[in-house]
Write a protein that binds this ligand. Structure first.
Ligand code: DC
Length: 226
């Protein structure tokens, strides 16, 4: 049994995983780690450096030149890529469109999982992603598997992007990107997105953020360290 506490949150793209993860971390005083941001930052590096995804040696070499670090401000997680703050750039469409094939690469996943396990070795954490309850922390004390109606997810994400000032995007493009990533995430060979047997299903199509936090806190409370 692990001494520190890990809450694993997995699920489809734009299901509100990070909203729940941040709210739980804030309430419980845990550290929030956004594993998707790591795959996105790697993707940004690969795009900028024209890394050939078919070239094994180039991938291994590139991974050795990448240093990722998280720093937290008001429970918003920020990520740096070799010292550069890239939190905003990794959310834009070029990265969202290129991240699926990068996150399907075995060497990339092995390196990310190693780093994620290190981050959760001794501290109490909430980590969200696609394989956290299955591959990264199969021994997490509490696991959630989140889902929601795809149309609702696309609308929420679209509104978020417009609010951030993205004028070029359309709702259809966001919907297509989510559908494409869901398909890629669930069908890839390496650690596909799947519900851990012991994960609690949370469908937030018709519930508010407050209701979902309340539901999650009830499930987590029996496991909290005294
Ligand atoms: O959570 P997100 O949408 O920011 O993640 C971006 C992509 O990274 C997503 O399409 C799938 C991949 N990913 C993954 O394969 N494993 C994780 N643990 C987290 C994200």
């Amino acid at each position: 049994m692990r001494k520190n506490m890990v809450i694993a949150i997995d699920g489809y793209s734009s299901c509100g995983k990070s909203t729940l993860a941040k709210a739980l971390a804030k309430k419980l005083g845990f550290i929030y780690i956004d594993s998707g941001a790591m795959y996105r930052a790697i993707t940004l590096y690969f795009l900028r450096n024209h890394v050939d995804l078919g070239n094994h040696d180039a991938i291994v070499d590139a991974l050795q030149h990448i240093e990722l670090n998280f720093h937290s401000k008001d429970y918003e997680s920020h990520i740096t890529l070799n010292g550069e703050e890239v939190s905003e750039e990794i959310r834009l469409m070029p990265v969202s469109e290129a991240v699926s094939p990068v996150s399907a690469i075995k060497e990339v996943r092995q390196e990310m999982v190693k780093q994620q396990q290190r981050m959760g070795k001794s501290k109490n954490i909430v980590m969200d992603g696609r394989d956290i309850g299955t591959a990264v922390f199969p021994d997490a004390q509490v696991k959630f598997f989140m889902t929601a109606d795809p149309k609702i997810r696309a609308e929420r994400r679209y509104k978020e992007m417009v609010a951030k000032g993205d004028q070029t995007i359309t709702l259809e493009e966001v919907f297509e990107n989510l559908a494409h990533r869901d398909y890629a995430d669930t069908t890839r060979e390496e650690s596909p997105l799947t519900r851990a047997e012991d994960a609690i299903i949370l469908d937030n199509t018709d519930i508010t953020e407050e209701e979902q936090l309340h539901f999650a806190l009830e499930k987590v409370s029996p496991f909290l360290p005294h």
